[in-house]
Design a protein around this ligand. Structure first.
Ligand code: HEC
Length: 142
């Protein structure tokens, strides 16, 4: 429940325009709401160490070092970024952790297939291997 409330709050913030613009949200590739997402393929999880490097370069600024989540203020708006460790996401993703985490990262979709808030970039720049490495790293975060 809390997750959905926070998602709504984030959406309200982004509608003001200033937050998304200020953070340089650079995403334009997610499916339109309600349109079917392409079939998901489970990533190959071999490179947690490489995933950690990618995470620290691309994710830690928002999700915190070690994926513990963060909260910051931008233009007087408080922005809450969820914790995304294995422990935090397992209650949400269940036994579909690998594919659902990859869908969140690449397609910006939540566990029900709905778009995540656009504050979360759509990481289409990563190869399948890199996505697998990041997911492996997230799974190592207990
Ligand atoms: C500009 C800030 C930002 C960056 C950088 C960012 N994220 Fe996010 N991410 C968010 C926000 C905000 C949400 C919550 C979106 C929502 O609840 O709709 C989110 C949600 C997620 C989720 C879904 C969590 C859930 O509870 O469903 C995952 C997984 C995730 N991010 C992984 C990553 C990974 C991996 C990276 C780096 C490749 C990354 N994020 C980079 C802001 C960011």
């Amino acid at each position: 429940m809390g997750r959905f409330l926070s998602r709504k709050n984030l959406a309200a913030l982004v509608l003001t325009g200033s937050v998304a613009a200020a953070l340089g949200a650079c995403s334009s590739t997610s499916a339109a709401p309600g349109s079917p997402a392409a079939a998901s393929v489970a990533p190959v999880l071999t490179g947690a160490a490489d995933g950690q490097v990618l995470f620290e370069q691309s994710c830690a600024s928002c999700h915190g070092v070690g994926g513990v989540g963060s909260k910051f203020t931008k233009d007087n708006n408080t922005i809450e970024v969820p914790a995304i460790t294995f422990t935090d996401l397992t209650p949400v993703y269940g036994d579909k952790f690998d594919t659902l985490a990859a869908d969140a990262i690449v397609k910006g979709l939540d566990e029900t297939g709905q778009p995540l808030n656009r504050m979360m970039p759509r990481w289409t720049i990563f190869s399948d291997q890199q996505v697998g490495d990041i997911v492996a790293y997230l799974k190592s975060l207990k």
